[in-house]
Design a protein around this ligand. Sequence first.
Ligand SMILES: [Zn+2]
Ligand SMILES: [Zn+2]
Length: 461
Amino acid sequence: MKSDARSALPEKLRAIIKGNATDAIKARAEKALESWGKSEAPAPDATKTTTPLSGKLNAPIFEKRKPASAEDQALVEKLNADGRGVDGRGKAVAQANQDAHTERADRVAAAFGKRVVWVEGLAGDGFNHPGIDRSVIFLDPDSKRPVQVLIAHEIAHSLQRENPFGYKELLDNIRSAIDPEAWKEFVKRAQKAETDAGGKALSDAQLRNEFTANLIADHAVQQHAEAVRRENAERGGEYKGYSSYLKPEGREVASAAISAFLRDSGHSDHSFYNAQSPKDEARTPATKEEQEKFHADTVRRLGPQITTALHESLTGTGAKGKPVEVSGHWTRGAIHASLYARNLGQVGAHEAFHEFFSRLSEAGPAAAKVVDILSRAADSEYVTRQLERMLDGDKNALAQIKKGAPNYLEERMAYMFQFHQAAPPRRPPPAGACQSAWPGPANPGRRGSRARGACVFPAAA
Ligand SMILES: [Zn+2]
Ligand SMILES: [Zn+2]
């Protein structure tokens, strides 16, 4: 075991314990540090039987469907032509009346700079194809797994491509937390599924990536446990998740390592339950690290003359004119944000844009052309549709960007900038990533539905 990467996590945990974090966060870090030591103990008795089965729900994600946009269908045509992930007859669909669960999927995807396209006839539960559009996550509406699990699994594959160094560190950090029996069982099942589907055995790296994506999906479920429980209750069945992949004493370690990986990738645990409005679910305040980043990013964007302030409570005017708790607020020369903002980084970017735009508007004729270009982009149907999709479910934000609302063009620009800043840096995927086959679950009743991409959700677990 390499001591370099392995020692990184305890150090981070110790820093949290010594730092200015809240007691709740410190307690969690202490617990994680404690179990870190224990996880170096020898592997448990090999006769122990583990069943690392995630289980399935009874009902599909959604049944009432309507055709999706032409834009989505065009993407699925590309998938069909490529032949990976679908059997050539994939069809883009949308939920007839969007429910809270698929809305949540859209919000979580948006927090990672992605969007969901639902595909009937997808070979696996989920798929991402960087060659077609790396910001799109294709999901199967017929899947029997919770939607949060699917979205997080595919996001995990994206993060792995976008932050290969952080990902390597994550693999090193979770290794000791994994139940060796569960891993063996996973490998056996995964390879069987692969050979049953006529493919060749998966590489060690592919197996690790699928296993790890499932662990990250489980972590995402914990961030949204209430909502996922509601979804599971509505759809019935027995979804158990992937916690059996870990030694009981390894769970805190894995969870802390995944949190650290998300941070290192420019996100946080909260990205898995993105919403603009704070405080409608119990939240912990921003960590000292997040607070410092908020101040530093704002000064970097706007120069030292800007004032930044974080508040326990911040109110603004809601869609119906009533006071509501808000995430961020801008006044000339000052950026305010709530300590409980779901995504402090994005809120900072959004409010910084308002300051920038006000400076631009005062800069005279030289800047007028820029203002004109930005206004036309913000008024375009394409941008409006993108924003509406990304802000889906957020009534107050949708009211802000609605045509005719006060400063709606400027609000649209601020959201454009916010989501642009939230998208992870674009780097070419490292060689070898997502190139060889992972079997789609040989979907009963679906002919030829074998996927040929590495990023298909595994049928194994
Ligand atoms: Zn705004
Ligand atoms: Zn996968």
